[in-house]
Design a binder for this molecule. Structure first.
Ligand code: PLP
Length: 477
């Protein structure tokens, strides 16, 4: 399997070759030349498989340059009930991604039972093991530099802690994260994890990471890498649970299922799209946004209009507060039937801060063929949804999942099971839960005293040079 850039101007590479990198050299995103396909016999065989077997079935098609025995060992080490056993006490952790029935035909897919209580653990934990494996083979090391407003940073740190030849330098803003999120990250004592708290806001952190990445000489010298949401291995790992959930809620492979996905960078929804392209009988794939509705606007109108960061609203589902959906380019590449010239032309607009409109090109008419639908949710709607689900089903959901459920139900069809992806647990967003329900969220066992643990972090000015100096002096530890 070879991977090519959405913009068509980069050499084809293998899975391991693109694993540690970010964008393709032409600025595009990597996609497999063609998606592997599961036929009826494959699907029949896959029904009934446990998570690890299913993960191997899917990922071995994408990572065919890793010897099968090695890939199997990496998967078996990653997807264990211990690692994914931090959720509600009555969850079936042996399933790794258990499905919870809310009512007939309506399900919650639990993706947030990993160590940081958000779905990003599903892919990031595998990435940690893959990085260690590939770096050991090459005799190389990497210094991961990132910026976080909460979920990504902690998922990356818990995935990379203690890994050989990997160091993490994670920038987080002095203000803006919840106390729980801060405690999650800053209580890690592993010497290869560096929390750099920046006197500024999230955008300052992101600007610093960008400006370090633009210094190619520095980047090469200190072997700077990233684990952002465009990483192909992350998307590929997320494909697996769509299959797992499909088999869990259907009796036969003739049935169709719809999925509702709380969306920001479109990584999770893109994985669902790819599962569908691989032959999974997905009827609708519903992208749910909050007030930052750049994706919903596109699916309603055909206009993709990335926002300036000043236009990005701070909401009570903060992990979806994005101004452009970085994985969206992968979907558009499929929409154009892989016309790289066309994709490159569209993103020439985006990269210059402009929008594009797919209606006049005729491409927008194809969106429905791909099963995509969308909607958005406001603060008041997510509060009402959290209350409703608590009152009618006795299940506490977080704000992101509430956006997904709200929008999913607007697109629900009789006779078609709807699976809503749970992307975080309510414990991460205490203030919002208190506002919605007048009570504190449940905390998974073992995390009751998280905020009391000793914390380890370095406070730095919002200054690129200060960050460069810090990384340089720890890059060879
Ligand atoms: C990252 C995140 C999202 C958005 O996922 P994308 O793949 O970026 O679309 C939604 N909910 C939560 C809780 C997240 O952490």
């Amino acid at each position: 399997m070879k991977y090519v850039s959405t913009r068509g101007n980069a050499p084809a590479q293998t899975f391991s070759e693109i694993l540690l990198g970010g964008l393709a050299p032409d600025g595009g995103l990597y996609l497999p030349e063609a998606y592997p396909h599961f036929d009826a016999a494959d699907l029949a065989r896959m029904r009934g498989m446990g998570y690890r077997e299913l993960a191997f079935e899917v990922l071995s098609r994408f990572a065919d340059d890793i010897p099968e025995a090695d890939l199997r060992a990496l998967i078996d080490r990653t997807y264990t009930a211990e690692t994914y056993g931090h959720g509600r006490p009555d969850s079936d952790f042996g399933q790794i991604t258990p499905v919870r029935r809310l009512e007939d035909g309506l399900y919650l897919l639990e993706l947030s039972n990993g160590p940081t209580l958000a779905f990003k653990d599903m892919a990031m934990q595998l990435l940690g093991n893959l990085f260690e494996y590939v770096l050991a083979k090459r005799g190389a090391d990497i210094n991961i530099l990132g910026a976080t407003s909460g979920d990504t940073g902690s998922a990356a740190e818990y995935a990379m802690r203690g890994k050989q030849n990997v160091r993490v330098f994670m920038l987080s803003p002095l203000e803006g994260m919840t106390r729980f999120q801060q405690a999650q990250m800053y209580s890690l004592q592993d010497p290869n994890i560096h929390n750099l708290v920046i006197r500024g806001v999230f955008d300052d952190c992101q600007d610093i990471v960008k400006s370090v990445s633009n210094d190619l000489a520095y980047k090469r010298r200190y072997r700077i890498g990233a684990v952002n949401s465009i990483n192909w291995a992350r998307v590929a790992a997320q494909v697996v649970y769509y299959f797992k959930a499909y088999f869990a809620v259907t009796q036969s492979n003739d049935e169709q299922v719809s999925f509702s996905v709380p969306s920001g960078n479109f990584g999770n929804a893109c994985a669902g799209h790819i599962a569908r392209m691989m032959g999974l009988p997905v009827r609708r794939l519903i992208a749910a946004t909050n007030e930052n509705d750049v994706l919903d606007e596109f699916f309603q109108t055909g206009v993709y209009r990335p926002r300036a960061s000043a236009e990005t609203r701070h909401t009570s589902s903060p992990s979806m507060d994005i101004s452009k959906a970085s994985n969206f380019e992968r979907f558009v590449a499929d929409l154009t039937r892989r016309d790289a010239t066309q994709v490159a032309a569209l993103w020439r607009e985006v990269d210059h801060g402009r929008s594009f409109d797919l209606k006049p090109t005729g491409l927008f008419d194809r969106v429905a063929e791909f099963g995509l639908a969308s909607g958005s949710s406001t603060h008041a709607e997510r509060m009402a949804t959290i209350r409703r689900v608590w009152e009618s089903h006795g299940v506490m959901i977080d704000t992101h999942t509430a956006d997904g459920l709200k929008v999913g139900q607007e697109h629900r069809e009789a006779g078609v099971p709807l699976v809503c992806l749970e992307t975080a647990l309510p414990a991460k967003f205490e203030d919002a839960i208190r506002e919605a329900l007048g009570r504190d969220p449940e905390r998974p066992r073992g995390l009751e005293k998280l905020e009391d643990l000793p914390q380890r972090y370095e406070v730095l000015d919002a200054d690129t040079q200060a960050v460069k100096d810090y990384v340089a002096s720890h890059a060879n530890d």
